[in-house]
Ligand binder design. Structure first.
Ligand code: PLP
Length: 391
C-alpha cells in the first residue's frame, strides 16, 4: 500500500526514545527528559496579545501563499538590521515553520539524483527531506578536530558534478558549533568555484554564548545569489508551536517555492503571521532575555558534564544542546554502542538522552538544556551514578 518514497524514510530515534520516556512516565516513573528541541520559556506575552488582536480584527482569512506583506516587510527589516542587506518582497517566502521552508526548498531545487552535501552531525530532517525530494543526501562526516565543521579537504572529497547544494547549520543542532568568518569564506570560495547553492539554516542565530558572533554566509562577496537563508521565530522567540519560518534567497527559487506552497499549505496561519510581525518589530530585547538564561545554564551544566568519567565534550558556542562523546562511557558500562547505553540509561537511571545515531554521529549523545537546570543537574548526577555502579 505504501509508496517507495515513504518506505525509504528512516524512523526517528528521537521519537523512539521520547515515546519510551512517555510510556515510563505514564507508569509513574520519575523520568528526566533531556531531549527537548524547543525553548522551555513561554512565548512572550506581547506576542500572544498581538495574536489575540489579529484574531479580533479579522485576520482569519487566507493570506498570500508566501506570507503577508506585513510579515515579509518585518522580516526584510529584521534582515536589514541584522545583516545590513536589503531584500525585496519577491526574495522572501514565509512558511509553516523553518522545517517547511526547507522541505519546500528541496522540492524546488532538486531533480532525481541531484546531490546535497549534508555535514554530519546533522539535524535529523535534512537527509530525509532531501530523499523525499528525490535527491541524494551526501553525508560528509566532520570530526571534533575541526570542531564538527567542514574543511576544504572534506569538501573537495565530496563535491561531484552532481552536487547541487550544501547545507550549513550555524549555530548547529546538535553540536552547538558556530562557523567563523574564515571558515565561511572557505565554504563560499568552494561554492562559487563549483557553482553550488548554499542552504544556510540560521534558526539558532540569536542563541550565541561567550561573545561569539553570527555571520551569514549570504553576506560574503558573490554569495547572495547562491545562498538561501532559512530562519524563523521558533527558537528565537519560543514560538515552536506557532509554525512560522521563512526562506530568503534568489527570486526564481523563492517564486518556485511560493508556487509549490500554494498547492500544499496555501499559506501559514494568518494569526501566527500577525504575531510574528509583532515579534520582529519589537527588536531583540525579549530574545536577549532568554539568551542570557541559556548562557547561565550552559556554564553550569557544561562544567558538571565534563566531570563525568567517560564523557568528553566540546564547549558549545550556540543553540541549547550539549553533544558529548559517550562511547567510552557506554563501554565502561559494558555496552558495545551508545544506542544500547541510552536505552539502559533511560530504563535504569531514568534519564532520556537522544542517541547521536539519529544525527549521523553514533558515538555521541545529545542533551538539551532547554529545561529546568536543576533537573538537568540531577540527570547528570544520575548518569554519573549509573556509570559508577557499573565500573
Ligand atoms: N533547523 C534546525 C537546525 C532545527 O533544529 C529545527 C528545529 O528543531 C528546525 C530547522 C525547524 O524549525 P521549525 O520549528 O521552525 O520548523
Amino acid at each position: 500500500m505504501l509508496s517507495k518514497r515513504v518506505q525509504q524514510l528512516t524512523p526517528s530515534t528521537t521519537l523512539a526514545i521520547t515515546a519510551k520516556a512517555k510510556e515510563l512516565r505514564a507508569s509513574g516513573q520519575d523520568i528526566i527528559g533531556l531531549g527537548a528541541g524547543e525553548p522551555d520559556f513561554n512565548t512572550p506575552e506581547f506576542i500572544i496579545q498581538a495574536a489575540f488582536a489579529a484574531a479580533e480584527a479579522g485576520d482569519t482569512k487566507y493570506t498570500p501563499s508566501g506570507g503577508t506583506v506585513a510579515l515579509k516587510d518585518a522580516i526584510i527589516e529584521k534582515t536589514r538590521r541584522d545583516l545590513w542587506v536589503s531584500y525585496d518582497r519577491s526574495e522572501v517566502m514565509v512558511a509553516s515553520g523553518a522545517k517547511h521552508a526547507l522541505s519546500t526548498l528541496f522540492q524546488a531545487i532538486l531533480d532525481p539524483e541531484d546531490e546535497v552535501i549534508v555535514p554530519a552531525p546533522y539535524w535529523v530532517s535534512y537527509p530525509e527531506q532531501i530523499k523525499l525530494s528525490d535527491g541524494v543526501p551526501v553525508v560528509l562526516e566532520t570530526t571534533e578536530a575541526s570542531r564538527f565543521k567542514v574543511t576544504r579537504e572534506l569538501l573537495e572529497q565530496h563535491i561531484t558534478p552532481k552536487t547541487k547544494a550544501i547545507v550549513l547549520n550555524s549555530p548547529s543542532n546538535p553540536t552547538g558549533m558556530v562557523y567563523t568568518k574564515e571558515e565561511l569564506e572557505m565554504v563560499a570560495e568552494m561554492a562559487i568555484q563549483h557553482d553550488i547553492l548554499v542552504i544556510s539554516d540560521e534558526i539558532y542565530e540569536k542563541l550565541l554564548y561567550n561573545g561569539v558572533t553570527h555571520l551569514s554566509i549570504s553576506t560574503l562577496p558573490g554569495m547572495r545569489e547562491r545562498t538561501i537563508i532559512i530562519n524563523g521565530v521558533s527558537k528565537s522567540h519560543a514560538m515552536t508551536g506557532w509554525r512560522i519560518g521563512y526562506a530568503i534567497g534568489p527570486k526564481a527559487i523563492i517564486g518556485a517555492m511560493t508556487n509549490l506552497a500554494s498547492h500544499s499549505t496555501s499559506n501559514p496561519t494568518s494569526i501566527a503571521q500577525a504575531a510574528s510581525v509583532a515579534a520582529y518589530e519589537e527588536g531583540d530585547a525579549p530574545v536577549e532575555a532568554m539568551r542570557v538564561v541559556f548562557e547561565e545554564r550552559l556554564e553550569q551544566i557544561y562544567e558538571r558534564l565534563i566531570q563525568i568519567p567517560g564523557l568528553t565534550c566540546l564547549k558549545p558556542e550556540g543553540a541549547f544542546y550539549l553533544f558529548p562523546h559517550a562511547l567510552e562511557a557506554a563501554k565502561m558500562c559494558g555496552y558495545a554502542n551508545v544506542d544500547d547505553w541510552c536505552t539502559a540509561v533511560l530504563s535504569e537511571a531514568k534519564v532520556a538522552l537522544i542517541p547521536g545515531s539519529g544525527f549521523g554521529a553514533p558515538e555521541y549523545v545529545r542533551l538539551s538544556y532547554a529545561t529546568d537546570p536543576k533537573r538537568v543537574l540531577e540527570a547528570l548526577d544520575r548518569i554519573e551514578g549509573f556509570i559508577a555502579a557499573r565500573t
